[in-house]
Design a protein around this ligand. Structure first.
Ligand code: PLP
Length: 412
């Protein structure tokens, strides 16, 4: 035996495990609906054209500082446009008309996961919350991240199994009854993962009021901006509602560019903390504490992806090119929702499937059971999560009929 012989086995992250199974499956009809990644109608990875254009330019320019460290708190210019994208009510923002965002302290992070983790650690250390409220279900990593900083997650009801909709009244009842001042509440800013169900604007208003009244600290996870509606401004509406709440309340946002810019492995992201006390000292101390935390974790964030994002968002015309591609991705996903739904109806597959077209963003919470998912994987080479979550972006005009037929076969 050695010093580490008594380590217990850790369950593998399901998403990465499913991708691994898909990769080793050599069947010609295999379909990957496991990963939260956008694929083209050819079923291939899809680097955005506007991103490729900037990369080419960067390569040609060969800036001698291109591998230098960025500051610990991040690249200022990147943070400024990242903040604009989240908090500005217009897009693209007219250059020179940027708002001041006096209340916000921002740092660059290792993408959305890093932003979630830096935020969780910061709040754990400085707010000492009793617990964090997360939706049932939520992105599995929320549980892992908050447990890792010693703040126990508790769940609020979110998904209604009986008709695959948002159970808003149960969510509010639980929070009303059981939350306590100082608790953190984690909310998905748009395109909820895994259910594809977002609150309406009226419901968001009620959630923000409850947070204010019960003194909960809102933590908005913004990983899919633009994937719900195709419009980044519409998809950040909930964040702006919290930000503009009167009386003002403190809150934070974890921002990812993985999906919206297709920069998955490049790890571009930011953490924004909205303060009530905007005195110079408080802001400097908040930034100093965040910087110290970052220094001990990863020292500085990677610069390749953030430089691409910054270059695009600093230019109005490139911003427009990006937003056109975002629309293209989100509308292809919507058309695949419809295609899957229509094919299941045509086949007369038992069950109601309308929720597939009503849910939004990258994912559909199909309502398929873990046993059905198992058969889909083993017999039909269709890979989705045991919860029934399917990444709709993995569907395309060539495989959607096959997937519908497979679902039909496991249901009948
Ligand atoms: N938050 C949610 C809800 C997500 O689904 C994801 C990615 O799947 C992330 C955050 C973070 O992703 P990344 O670290 O790749 O930016």
């Amino acid at each position: 035996t050695g010093l580490f012989s008594s380590l217990h086995e850790v369950e593998k992250d399901e998403v990465f495990a499913v991708i691994g199974q898909f990769r080793t499956d050599t069947h010609p009809d295999r379909v990957n609906l496991g990963a939260g990644v956008y694929f083209s109608d050819e079923g291939k990875s899809w680097p955005l054209e506007v991103v490729g254009k900037i990369e080419k330019r960067m390569h040609e320019e060969q800036d001698i500082t291109r591998h230098d460290y960025i500051p610990i708190e991040g690249d200022d210019r990147f943070l400024s446009v990242a903040r604009e994208l989240v908090f500005s009510p217009t897009f693209p923002t007219q250059l020179g008309q940027q708002q001041s965002y006096d209340r916000i302290v921002s740092v660059q992070t290792v993408s959305g996961t890093g932003a979630n983790h830096v935020g969780a650690r910061f709040l754990a250390e400085h707010l000492h919350p009793r617990c964090v409220w997360v939706s049932d279900p939520t992105w599995a990593n929320h549980h892992v991240i908050w447990e890792s900083v010693g703040v126990p997650p508790r769940t609020y009801p979110y998904y209604d199994k009986s008709d695959c909709t948002l159970n808003f009244s149960a969510m509010m009842d639980t929070l009303e009854r059981e939350s306590q001042p100082g608790d953190v509440i984690l909310l998905h800013a748009s395109a909820h993962n895994p259910t594809g169900l977002d609150p309406t604007r009226e419901q968001w208003i009620a959630i923000a009021d409850l947070c204010f009244r019960k003194q909960l600290f809102p933590f908005l996870d913004n990983a899919y901006q633009g994937f719900a509606s195709g419009d980044p401004v519409q998809d950040s509406w909930a964040i702006r509602h919290f930000y503009q709440h009167q009386p003002p309340m403190e809150m934070c946002v974890a921002q990812s560019f993985s999906k919206s810019f297709g920069l998955y492995g490049q790890r571009a992201g930011a953490f924004h903390l909205v303060l009530n006390d905007t005195s110079k000292t408080t802001k400097a101390n908040v930034l100093g504490n965040l910087a110290q935390l970052i220094r001990s974790e990863y020292s500085v964030a990677p610069r390749y992806g953030s430089t691409i994002v910054r270059t695009i968002l600093e230019s109005e015309s490139l911003s427009n090119e990006w937003s056109a591609e975002l629309k293209l991705m989100s509308s292809r996903i919507r058309s695949m929702r419809r295609a899957l739904y229509e094919e299941l109806c045509r086949l007369g597959t038992p069950g109601s499937w309308i929720h597939i077209t009503e849910q939004i963003g990258m994912f559909s919470y199909t309502g398929l059971t873990a046993a059905e998912v198992e058969v889909l994987r083993k017999q039909y080479h269709v890979y989705l999560l045991a919860s029934g979550r399917a990444c709709v972006a993995g569907l395309n005009s060539k495989n959607v009929k096959y997937v519908a037929a497979a679902i039909n076969a496991v249901r009948t």
